[in-house]
Design a protein around this ligand. Structure first.
Ligand code: FES
Ligand SMILES: [Fe+2]
Length: 455
């Protein structure tokens, strides 16, 4: 017997209707008005990753970026203060900075030549005698993001005057981030250059996938097959081979920390000894040459140092736009309802005190080569899925997107005393919890503001 589903008109912007415990409505991925609300309530309302301090190490350094769709200039001003200036001239609205990065004390608008110090203050207008106003009024200074803060080199900003402190916002996800940073000499990394990719899909499709252990063996089949061909011993497994057989029965797990942040750890399967991470590193060109060179130079210490070059099997996901995967940092950026940019920054080891005995350059060369494995091969599989979901979701009568894997199964999920949720790696609890947070954010009007410094 055929069971027919009547075609309904969903109640628009009824968040109890659009986001339910086990499913979300397709409109959250396809509706322009919802996208515009997200740019205000989420991309204005929570702490957004803007850049890394290593991208603007010196006074007057700047990079161009975005806060949601708002064009910004992230700069370390002449006094050394990090600011996120609106890249929007106070005269008639043109962008004042059209370079991706550089070093400048001021920005001159190319349209009529108004110029601004990198504190945001208007520094001059051409032929001021043609004006009767007082240009020292702060309304003529560039707008800026009122709250800009760093956490261990990662710079975030928010327009929300009622936002919790950045530390509070990050909450439990600080633990894996700290652990990841503290692997490195001095506890810091620098951003290098990046792979830049774009997909025709909504920004949430990337975030939805960021802790998804269910898709790996199917979506990345060819990459896994290539890695499995590189086995070096009976039990050895390379790269993402953790996912073969039944991943839920393996020692991997995911964690949900609140505020949309989550984490996948594939390392419990590893032996806790130097060199264990490097042994499972997926193949990439040139790795044997560097390994040989480092072993010759460092002897017994080489294993420990080579671990720094491995694309460590973890995913740290900080809502809504920052992901650490192995030694890469992925940043997502909505462009429109159905277009998203994604940038995979390579990171390099900073070894100011030469703890790596002159081997930092070789380790960093290896780390860059790992950009050729997952970011170049695996990510394309994912982007293709996101584009195909966006196409699938144009079918307006077929309304629901399900995320109920694991829901209702006793003892599958652990709730720790600190609120962290721990689940098998293929569970969709991270998605249900992120969507619960998304619904909370979309249901309230945040207290947004810009500021203009008078000086
Ligand atoms: S729009 Fe910038 S000077 Fe006119
Ligand atoms: Fe994937």
């Amino acid at each position: 017997m055929n069971i027919q589903e009547p075609i309904r008109t969903p109640k628009f912007l009824d968040w109890d209707e659009l986001v339910q415990e086990d499913k979300v409505h397709r409109l959250i991925y396809t509706d322009e008005a919802i996208f515009q609300e997200e740019m205000r309530k989420i991309w204005g309302g929570v702490w957004i990753f803007l850049g890394h301090e290593s991208q603007i190490p010196e006074k007057n350094d700047f990079i161009r970026g975005k806060l949601g769709l708002r064009p910004i200039i992230l700069t370390r001003d002449s006094g050394g203060k990090i600011r996120a200036l609106y890249n929007r001239c106070t005269h008639r609205g043109s962008t004042v900075c059209r370079e991706d990065k550089g070093n400048s004390k001021s920005f001159a608008c190319p349209y009529h030549g108004w110029s601004f110090f990198n504190t945001g203050k208007l520094s001059g207008v051409p032929w001021p005698e043609g004006y009767s106003c007082d240009f020292s009024e702060s309304k003529f200074n560039l707008a800026q993001v009122p709250h800009v803060k760093s956490y261990r080199g990662f710079i975030f900003g928010t327009l929300n005057l009622d936002a919790p402190s950045l530390e509070t916002y990050l909450g439990g996800v600080r633990a894996p981030l700290d652990e990841w940073l503290d692997r490195h000499p001095g506890g810091t990394v620098a951003f290098c250059d990046a792979n830049r990719l774009k997909f025709n899909g909504n920004w949430k499709l990337l975030y939805d996938n960021s802790c998804d252990g269910y898709h790996v063996i199917f979506s990345h089949r060819s990459l896994l097959a290539m890695e499995n061909r590189q086995k070096v011993g009976a039990d050895a497994a390379k790269g993402m081979a953790f996912y073969k057989n039944s991943p839920d029965n393996g020692p991997m797990f995911l964690k949900y920390f609140g505020n949309g942040h989550h984490y996948k750890d594939k390392r419990p399967a590893l032996e806790k000894r130097p060199g264990a991470l490097w042994e499972i590193e997926g193949p990439h060109p040139g790795m044997e040459h560097y390994e040989e060179k480092l072993r010759a130079k460092l002897g017994a210490r080489a294993d420990e140092v080579l671990d720094l070059a491995s694309s460590e099997p973890i995913n740290i996901n900080i809502f809504p736009n920052l992901h650490i995967l192995g030694n890469h940092v992925q940043v997502s950026q909505p462009v429109s309802l159905t277009e998203t940019d994604t940038t995979w920054w390579g990171t390099s080891v900073v070894d100011d005190n030469d703890q790596l005995q002159g081997c930092a350059d070789d380790i960093n060369a290896l780390r860059m080569r790992t950009q050729e494995s997952f970011p170049n091969f695996g990510e394309l599989d994912d982007l293709m899925n996101f584009e195909q979901i966006q196409i699938g979701l144009t079918a307006e009568e077929d309304e629901w997107v399900y995320m109920h894997r694991g829901l209702g199964i006793n003892d599958r999920i652990t709730h720790a005393a600190n609120g962290t949720i721990i689940a098998p790696s293929t569970d969709e609890v991270f998605l249900r919890e992120t969507m619960r947070e998304y619904k909370r954010l979309m249901s309230v009007e945040p207290n947004l503001a810009i500021k203009r410094d008078p000086n």
